[in-house]
Design a protein around this ligand. Structure first.
Ligand SMILES: *Cc1c(COP(=O)(O)O)cnc(C)c1O
Length: 378
């Protein structure tokens, strides 16, 4: 089979994202037992590279790899980093921080769910009051970029508050890492996380927690709440052997190695500029067709647009989706309770011209299904 025979789909869903042919091909390797030194030799530099993406010093920060989708990192950080007698504070303003709350409930972790509006920045003074009134908070958890709505949280400010009150900061950067510039020192981040299928534009099945070595070392004495999903145990195994505790996603790791080469070749600033170009093209189409977005643009990350369904009797998301899908473009339903939205995301190995073509197809789909142009709202 030739790689040119593999259809290129433009994925505008929030991950997995469109990959390059070279990343797809990197998975095709001679069969190898991952216990061979050759394989550990791939993971060691990969761990350092993953730390460098967020500008950490590999002596202070480390990356711990796991086999699983991105949610495994939410599970691992929350359950592994809470000491006995400590409480978790979750800033809850979207579907991914709701997921963090579900993890806390599943483990029976002592936690505070600090509910905030999903369409605007959280109120820092409420976060500070909560920290002041609850001395036992071990960590504050916030989603960096709420992929369901596109909301960008003020992580730097929340991290500063956490530190002021002796807690550390965990942030779910899954949909921001390697997409937009992040600096763990500038942004007061003690732990962040991501998955290879998102920012680095690799394949599914590999996820990583990036965080402070000293805290991980200290967490050795924290309660062990999971056998498979424990941060210290995996970290310690890596440090002693250079390997994952259990079978790694071998081919996905080869793809990630290639994806990282391409990440550093393109460079942080160029990559962010490309994603911004893509988002500008997405926004142009939204405006040209008269669509409205659920969130004001000034609170958005610039990576996800949540578009309101028009008030049009002929609007049928499934039909529009299918029309686009058959022509190589994937769009995705929204994640906002009670509000009909669909999402267009600027992740992946795509550029402006892909979006120009996408809007042509989308416009055809609207005409084909009898949806008014411009879009109508009550
Ligand atoms: C994609 C994503 C995850 C991980 O989701 P999985 O389906 O487990 O891969 C976690 N957090 C955020 C913010 C995400 O965008």
């Amino acid at each position: 089979m030739n790689i040119r025979d593999v259809k290129r789909n433009v994925l505008l869903n929030p991950g997995p994202s469109t990959t390059t042919d070279s990343v797809k091909l990197a998975q095709i390797v001679p069969d190898i037992c991952p216990r061979e030194k050759e394989f550990a030799g791939i993971m060691a530099p990969m761990r350092d590279d993953l730390v460098k993406i967020v500008h950490g010093d590999p002596k202070e920060y480390t990356a711990v790899l796991f086999c699983g989708s991105g949610t495994i990192c939410i599970d691992i950080t929350l359950n592994s980093l809470l000491d006995k007698g400590k409480k978790a504070l979750i800033v809850q303003n979207g579907s991914y921080s709701e997921r963090a709350c579900e993890v806390c409930r599943a483990y029976g972790l002592d936690h505070i769910e600090l509910k905030q509006p999903i369409d605007q920045k959280p109120d820092l003074s409420v976060i500070e009051d909560t920290l002041r009134e609850n001395h036992a908070i071990g960590y504050v958890y916030v989603t960096y970029h709420e992929t369901g709505t596109g909301l960008l949280n003020p992580v730097k400010e929340i991290g500063a508050l956490a530190h002021k009150y002796g807690a550390f900061l965990i942030t779910d950067t899954t949909s921001a890492y390697a997409l937009m510039p992040i600096n763990v020192y500038d942004q007061n981040i003690d732990f962040c996380m991501a998955s290879a299928q998102k920012g680095i534009t690799g394949m599914t099945g590999l996820s990583y927690v990036i965080g402070r070595r000293d805290i991980i070392e200290k967490s050795k004495d924290f309660p062990v709440r999971s056998y498979y999903c424990n941060l210290f145990l995996q970290y310690d195994y890596f440090e002693r052997t250079g390997e994952m505790h259990f079978t790694p996603p071998v081919q996905t790791i080869y793809a990630a190695k290639q994806a990282l080469i391409e990440y550093f070749e393109e460079g942080e600033d160029n990559k962010w500029a490309r994603h911004t170009r893509v988002m500008n093209a997405i926004r142009k189409g939204i405006d040209d067709l008269g669509f409205r977005e659920a969130l004001s643009r000034d609170v958005q990350s610039g990576l996800v647009a949540a578009v309101n369904y028009p008030d049009d009797p002929n609007w049928d998301f499934e039909k529009i989706h299918d029309y686009c899908y058959e022509r190589g473009f994937t769009i995705y339903p929204g994640k906002m309770q009670g509000v009909g939205t669909f999402r267009l995301c600027a992740l992946g190995a795509i550029d402006e011209d892909d979006i120009v073509k996408f809007w042509e197809v989308f416009t055809e789909a609207m005409k084909e299904t009898g949806v008014s142009i411009p879009a109508v709202y009550k």
